[in-house]
Design a binder for this molecule. Sequence first.
Ligand code: THU
Length: 140
Amino acid sequence: MKISEPMARALLQRAEEARAAAYCPYSGFAVGAALLCGDGTVYGGCNIECASLSPGNCAERTAFFQAVAQGQRRFVAIAVTGGPAGQAPDSLCAPCGVCRQVMREFCGQDFEIVMTDGKELTVKTLAELLPMAFGPDNLK
Ligand code: THU
């Protein structure tokens, strides 16, 4: 694990705070993310749903797109927490495939994803979550 356990726990706390803004009237599943940048800045993100469903955005991509739009390009780790809205998450919420691909766009293979079941921390690298990925290198 590259980031320290206290840092991972602090990042999860930021993700939990970001989760409070989740807009999820259709699924009722609220997700928060907190993205740690190379300069130490943390960007929060939540899921945002839409009545026509497909335009919705995951918490992780909300955090990435906010950071990238502010000029950030170096990323260290992201914490993700999710579960039924209004309840404390009690099972692990791992990033969806689309979010993993966005991580691949901007992050190295050692980028860390911090998750929790409400008790234990689970930390995986992007290489573990998205092996044999297609990415920017393929289009050089
Ligand atoms: N969701 C996220 O925001 N991140 C994940 O890692 C998994 C799923 C959102 C999308 C949708 O708003 C809701 O959770 C149910 O799928």
